[in-house]
Write a protein that binds this ligand. Structure first.
Ligand code: 1HE
Length: 271
């Protein structure tokens, strides 16, 4: 392994609950509060925002994992203070929204590895990333219903888009959990792997995404979800405009030439 492929620290001002390293063009950020099951307190959420908005320019993809036995126990319930007024509570939820928007609509494709408990705000965090790999130990829940609270980190939109409103209603009304396999079938994850294999898989996927052109990744991360939310006629026009910008990028010209001159890989069946 060459030096450029070894893990190096990333010099960002992050709280102790987050650890960030890089391996070449791939950054690896860890939720590092295992003693509290990676419960997401304010400093951690703000630290995630810092990380995703201030990543070094040459980072091309991110892998997110959780240390310890669980990915995340969600919102740090000890911080649900009783003395906040309604507007302060709204702004607190909006702070989560801002941080997770920085992830969803950031510069990098992001891959999350899920294991153990992935609940409440932990699932909302995972839903803000682009690819999710579950290890078989993963399970999903939205205990907000049982705690007397509600989603507040974007789950009503992002988790409902992943699995549909009926599943979200079931998880919240009954307190049931979904196993890794059930969550996979419902659409939470794109990949399901054996325990202990998630990071390897996520690094492989991140490397693939990092090798795409910057313009195509911009289109996939920024244009595609907005097109999906548009009225179809506006969406189709935006698609044509985005396709034109992508086709005219110098990298696309080179890649298309490579294919036509038989230097590029074919699309072959992989499984
Ligand atoms: C916590 C939290 C937390 C653990 N906030 N401190 N989320 C929940 O309702 C999930 C609550 N947590 C659990 O159900 C369990 O902790 C787990 C199944 C995740 C893990 O169980 P276990 O047996 O491994 O750990 P534990 O003994 O329960 O917890 C270890 C410590 O972490 C303990 O603290 P300690 O000081 O007694 O050692 C726990 O109190 C602490 N801990 N989870 C605070 N969530 C933006 S809106 C989003 C709304 C939500 O996310 S609601 C979902 C909240």
């Amino acid at each position: 392994m060459t030096a450029e492929h070894q893990d190096e620290p990333i010099a960002l001002d992050l709280p102790p609950s987050l650890k960030a390293t890089r391996r070449g063009a791939i950054a690896h950020i860890r939720l590092a509060r295992a003693e509290k099951r990676n419960a997401l307190d304010d400093v951690t959420v703000l630290g995630l925002e810092t990380f995703f908005t201030k990543l070094p320019e040459d980072i091309r993809a991110v892998v997110l994992t959780g240390e310890g036995k669980h990915f995340s126990a969600g919102l740090d319930l000890s911080e649900v203070a009783n003395d906040l007024d309604p507007l302060e509570r709204v702004l607190h939820s909006r702070m989560w929204h801002r941080a997770f928007e920085a992830i969803q609509f950031g510069r990098t494709p992001d891959v999350t590895v899920l294991h153990g408990a992935v609940v409440g705000g932990g699932l909302e965090l995972a839903a803000a990333t682009h690819l999710r790999v579950a290890e078989l130990s993963a399970y999903y829940g939205l205990p907000e219903g049982q705690r007397g609270i509600f989603l507040g980190g974007g789950g009503s939109v992002r988790i409902a888009r992943l699995i549909g409103v009926p599943w979200v209603q079931d998880l919240m009304l009954t307190g049931r959990t979904l196993s890794a396999e059930e969550g996979h079938a419902a659409g939470i994850t794109q990949y399901l792997v054996e325990d202990g294999r998630g990071l390897e898989k996520a690094l492989e996927l991140a490397a693939k995404a990092a090798s795409n052109t910057t313009t195509t990744n911009f289109a996939v991360l920024h244009a595609l979800p907005r097109i999906h939310e548009s009225h179809p006629t506006s969406g189709l026009l935006t698609e044509s405009l985005m396709a034109t910008i992508a086709e005219m990028s110098p990298e696309a010209t080179e890649r298309l030439k490579d294919f036509l001159e038989k230097r590029a890989a074919k699309v072959l069946r992989q499984s």
